[in-house]
Structure formats: C-alpha cells, structure tokens
Design a protein around this ligand. Structure first.
Ligand code: HOZ
Length: 424
C-alpha cells in the first residue's frame, strides 16, 4: 500500500467520502485521489514522491502557478504582522482598488470568504433591491452550494449525477427558475410567466462547471436588455472567469456590463476568498451603508487580500498573452491528436480554461455536455494520470492553464495525451 492509499483510508474514516469537497473525490472516474504533499509552478508532488503536471490549479485560483515567489513573499510579509484583526486593514483597500480598476461592472465591492457566500449575498441584495423573490439560473451552471442554487447545477452535482440536493426545502427551490444555457426563448417564456416576480438572472457568462461552454454573444446581450426592460438585475458569476479569461473578466470580453458580479478564486491567490460588487446604488444598500445584512468574521482577511493582490499584480498584458499562447498550443495539440486518432472529440477553450468532451459536435448547453462520453473521459483521465498529468477528475470540470505551464510542460502533456488516446 502506498503512503497515499494509507492516508486516504484514514481520510475515509474522517470525512464524508474521504474529502472536504465532493469534486476532489474520484467518484466518476474511479480510483482514489492522489494526496498532494507540495506544489511548485505547474507541478504537483504527491506524498509518494510522484510528480504531475497540474491542470486542476486548485480549481482556478493558481493562475500564476503554485508557490509563486511574489505571492509567497506577500503572504510572509503580511503574516509577520498578524493573521486577522477584525478591523479594516490596508490590503483589502488596495485589492478592492485593483479589482475596481480592472472590472468594468464593479464600482463598489464587499469581500466575503467563498464564491458560495458571494452568490448568496448578491441574490439577497438583488431581492432587496427589486422587492421580488425569484431567480433565474441556467442548467449546468454552478453557483456554489447555497440552497436556492442547488437546482440543476453543474460541477460536483453533475459529476455525481445528483438530480438536486436533499435538504433543500421546496420553499427555497420554488423561487429558482431554470432555463437551458444559451436559450433565449426559454428565458423569455419565464419572464412571460413570472416577470413581476423575477429579481435577477444569474449566469456564468462562460460556463466552467459543465466543462467549458461559452455563452453566445447575442444571448448575453439579449439577457442584458431583457433584464433591464423587465426590472430584474443581471448577475454575472465570474468566480471562475474573473481575471482568468481577460484582464476584465468575461464581462469585458463580451462587452456586457452586469448589475452585480460575484468573484472568488484568483482574487485570493490560493487563499479562501469571495467577493460581490457592482453598481454603487445597489452596493450602498448593503449594511452598514444600507439595511441588507451581510457580515463575516474573516472577511477581507489580510493574508488572503495580500495573496490576491500579489497575484493580480502579476497579471499584466504580457501574462495574458503567455496564458493564451500556452492554452491555444494545448488546444490545437489535442485537436490534432483527436483528428489523427479519428475518434470524436471537441476541445472548448476560453482564455486559459478549457475542456475536452468526447462528443462529435460543439457543446452549447448541459444536454450536450451530458451527451459526451464520460466513461471515455474516465479512461483518458487515468491514462493521463499514469503518465504524470493530473486533470480534474470529471468531464464536467474545466482544466486550468497557469503562467507556469511553459512549452515543455504543454509538450509533455501532449505526449501523454497521444499515448492515453491511443490506449482508449
Ligand atoms: N466549484 C469548483 C469546481 N467546479 C471547485 C469548488 C469545489 O470544490 O466544489
């Protein structure tokens, strides 16, 4: 038995499914998760000393690569002065200024501790601002695990094929209306039926939790007009795409400005974080400026803020050019291998997030994502793992390329993929 297996057996006695978040378990691909000891750049090392090129990237935050010296230095500098004060401190102000300067839809922001919290709070704010109750979400989009968002969700919910979650009351789920992704007519029908009750439409403008599925440009622009006409708010969940797909997130890429935006992942540089922000008039409804209550003991934590700030400062134009080149090299390499092998396969990419679907047509929504061959993905995943490439253990998750994935790492990945595909 390897040290990893021994530790995972202990973990199984301690945690549900042996993990502290469902997507980490190898439930849909089989086998047991690698127990990671350390990471540097684009590589992970497990407790048995095996190395892997990493495409999980902690599910998005590690855009600069693991243990980037600037991020580590910022954390070390900060930690010497204490870990949490429960009072305002400079790093939160500097990070907020940096985010607001880059993200077009954010004029004012509130830091929280996770993407789930950010979404929960943004929806409370939308309900308060509009005096309405209902929220429209899209099938296969994942917005964290708040009760009303656990309806036809992506990510671990899709991976584990859970219809919805027990424990969510009918009352919570009833105010959530669901439409297929990229389907404007379905959204229009919901507005016809429930228009006066809809507080907000929430969407991942580039979905990353059913694999990578970009929204059609016309669709997002139409959502913007429809919500404005009908007095509902448009919320972009940019927890994954924020500072990932362009310097200003998906909203800058599409030129669509939402009323509210949720963030997480990259803005914490690998430390726990979340944020929601948007128009000043809306954000000023939040306590103590306004009466919409939302709070957090560790919100704006100086360590997380410092790590996030150091990460954002690394993300200059040259960094985005490098990220795009590396990711495009990976995409084109995979596409060439798939063509050569003759099997059906589609690689979908937005900036430095991508995914591979074993399917013969572009994936535009959750029905398409589900129709991909997930058993084949599982075999491919294990083929890659054996050859030292750690993909996310699900066909519904995005792969993340970092600034540390150099040409050599991408070429190594493609060599592994050639072998893994040949063995399918
Ligand atoms: N939402 C991310 C996966 N798509 C990661 C967080 C989790 O562990 O669920």
């Amino acid at each position: 038995m390897t040290r990893g297996d021994e530790l995972f057996h202990r973990a199984l006695r301690l945690f549900p499914g042996g993990v502290n978040s469902p997507v980490r378990a190898f439930k849909s691909v089989g086998g047991t998760p690698r127990i990671i000891d350390r990471a540097r750049g684009c590589r992970l090392t497990d407790v048995d000393g095996r190395n892997y090129i990493d495409y999980i990237g902690s599910w998005g935050p590690m855009i600069a690569g693991h243990a980037h010296p600037d991020v580590i230095r910022a954390i070390l500098r900060c930690v010497q002065h204490g870990t949490s004060f429960g009072t305002p401190s400079p790093p939160e102000i500097e990070l907020a200024e940096e985010i607001i300067a880059r993200m077009p839809g954010i004029e004012k922001i509130r830091f929280v501790n996770s993407g789930t919290e950010a979404v929960m709070s943004a929806i409370r704010l939308a309900r308060a601002a509009t005096g309405r109750t209902h929220v429209v979400k899209f099938e296969g989009c994942y917005h964290g695990h708040a009760d009303l968002m656990l309806v036809k969700a992506g990510s671990g919910v899709a991976t584990l094929a859970l219809p919805d979650s027990p424990g969510v009351t009918r009352g919570s789920a009833q105010t959530t209306l669901v439409a297929p992704y990229n389907d404007l007519a379905a959204v229009e029908r919901l507005f016809e039926r429930h228009g006066s009750e809809i507080a907000a439409v929430i969407i991942e403008p580039i979905a990353g939790n059913m694999g990578v599925v970009p929204a059609d440009e016309d669709f997002l622009h139409a959502l913007r007009s429809l919500t404005a006409e009908r007095g509902a708010l448009l919320i972009f969940d940019e927890v994954m795409t924020g500072f990932r797909v362009t310097p200003g997130g998906a909203q800058a890429f599409y030129g669509v400005s939402p009323d509210l935006t949720t963030l997480g992942k990259i803005i914490g540089g690998g430390m726990p974080v979340g944020a929601y922000g948007g128009r000043t008039d809306l954000m000023d409804l939040v306590a103590p400026a306004g009466s919409v209550y939302q709070a957090g003991t560790l919100s704006g934590n100086p360590l997380a803020m410092s790590a996030g700030l150091a990460t954002l400062r690394l993300l200059d134009d040259a960094a985005y050019v490098g990220l795009k080149m590396g990711s495009a090299r990976l995409q084109h390499g995979l596409e060439t291998l798939l063509k050569r092998k003759g099997g059906p396969g589609v690689v979908q990419r937005a900036g430095s997030m991508l995914s591979l679907f074993f399917i013969d047509r572009p994936v535009r929504n959750f029905t398409d994502a589900r129709a991909a061959d997930h058993a084949k993905f599982a075999a491919f995943f294990h083929g890659m793992l054996e050859r030292g490439v750690h993909l996310p253990p699900s066909g519904y998750e995005a792969w993340f390329v970092s600034m540390a994935h150099d040409d050599a790492a991408i070429d190594e990945t493609l060599d592994a993929a050639a072998d893994a595909l040949a063995r399918l």
